[in-house]
Design a protein around this ligand. Structure first.
Ligand code: ADP
Ligand code: MG
Length: 347
């Protein structure tokens, strides 16, 4: 008789006896409690955010998601540089004037940002903002600033000009006109915090997409791992790689969302803090590691560093993978990603 046929599954088994059955029911309960997947999309931090939560009870999932939105809002209120009443704006207003006492949370975020600057030799730098303010990539008629204007603001750029005082929990920007901006790390931090809040509310699996910066945790409703498709920066329908994710963040920095073209040259929103000019050399870089905040900052840094130096940086870091698309369309990646690449991009 064939084993495992439909009919055979009804054959009584020893474990079907009452006592054994209870044990089995107990063992299965954890995995077969029906779960629902709830999604909620909103506009936050100037981007499209989406939260996906897997939970046995829909109402509980919804309140977890609400708590995660509240957390994201709280962070935005702290780091926004366009909101006058944020702690960040207070620091910026007092650049070159006086140290400003900030919350321990913002203090720590700035400290971590400076660490990434050190790690990336200044390619990632929250003081880029003074130079960034000269460029308006969303304007109807964007302009290229003058060399003189860039040279002037560059004097205020440099993470070493941020002075942190542990005792007073103060932040002081050395130069008048200096600015800090969290555009390249804030969404990653917010995504991390949102995941923390969802887990705290009993959500067993989910996804947070913070303007495309993605973090996955736990499993999907069907018990499978989450997976993400990385699209080609010039052809969003073309999938470069499909990567299974468990407790990982995937963050892409690219030149295809905020940019303008002037006299045949593409200017995109990631600024090389060392020159004040938009970085070139890559169309996109995707960084994968467990920490969304680090992935966010590293993706920006790798974009500034370009394909060679950028790849060398992530290769040195344990648990960090990356995929690069160079300005000529060449695909390069760390070795662990290579097996997930499309055959034709493996090289
Ligand atoms: P996105 O915001 O599209 O996800 P990034 O994470 O790469 O992309 O962040 C780009 C943003 O980060 C810019 O819009 C700007 O606000 C800020 N930024 C630009 N260049 C730098 C830099 N070199 N270091 C830190 N922040 C930067
Ligand atoms: Mg970034």
């Amino acid at each position: 008789m064939r084993q495992g046929s439909e009919k055979n599954t009804r054959t009584p088994r020893p474990w079907a006896k009452p006592a054994g059955g209870l044990i089995l029911a107990g063992l299965l309960a954890a995995s077969i409690v029906p779960a629902a997947t709830i999604k909620d999309a909103r506009s936050r931090m100037g981007s499209d955010f989406e939260i996906t939560a897997v939970h046995a009870q829909e109402a509980a999932a919804r309140s977890a998601i609400d708590a995660a939105w509240a957390e994201i809002d709280r962070i935005e209120a702290m780091i926004s540089s366009w909101r006058e009443d944020s702690e960040t704006s207070e620091v910026n207003r007092n650049a070159g004037i006086r140290p400003v006492q900030v919350s321990p949370e913002l203090f720590r975020l700035i400290r971590r940002a400076i660490k990434v600057s050190e790690l990336t030799h200044g390619a990632f730098d929250i003081t880029f903002a003074a130079a960034g303010d000269l460029w308006d990539f969303r304007a109807d008629d964007p302009e290229v600033p003058s060399e003189e204007a860039i040279e002037t603001v560059l004097r205020s750029v440099g993470y070493r000009k941020i002075h942190l005082d542990d005792e007073g929990q103060t932040v002081f920007l050395e130069n008048r006109g200096a600015r800090i901006g969290f555009g390249a790390i804030g969404k990653g931090y917010a995504a991390n915090r949102a995941v923390f809040v969802l887990k705290e509310h009993g959500v067993r699996g989910g996804l947070v997409s913070a303007g495309g910066d993605l973090v996955a945790f736990g499993r999907r409703e069907d018990g499978e791992p989450w997976s993400i498709a990385i699209a080609h920066p010039r052809d969003r329908k073309r999938v470069l790689a499909r990567i299974p994710l468990t407790e990982q963040a995937v963050v892409t920095s690219g030149d295809y969302e905020q940019y303008f073209i002037h006299e045949g040259r593409r200017y995109a929103h990631i600024i090389d803090p060392r020159t004040g000019w938009p970085a070139s050399g890559l169309q996109a870089v995707t960084v994968i590691c467990p920490d969304a905040e680090l992935a966010d900052a590293l993706a920006t840094a790798a974009f500034v560093l370009g394909p060679e130096e950028g790849l060398a940086l992530v290769e040195r870091m344990e648990g960090v993978e990356a995929l690069f698309v160079t300005e000529t369309g060449e695909v390069r990646s760390t070795s662990n990603i290579r097996r997930h690449l499309n055959q034709e991009d493996r090289g």
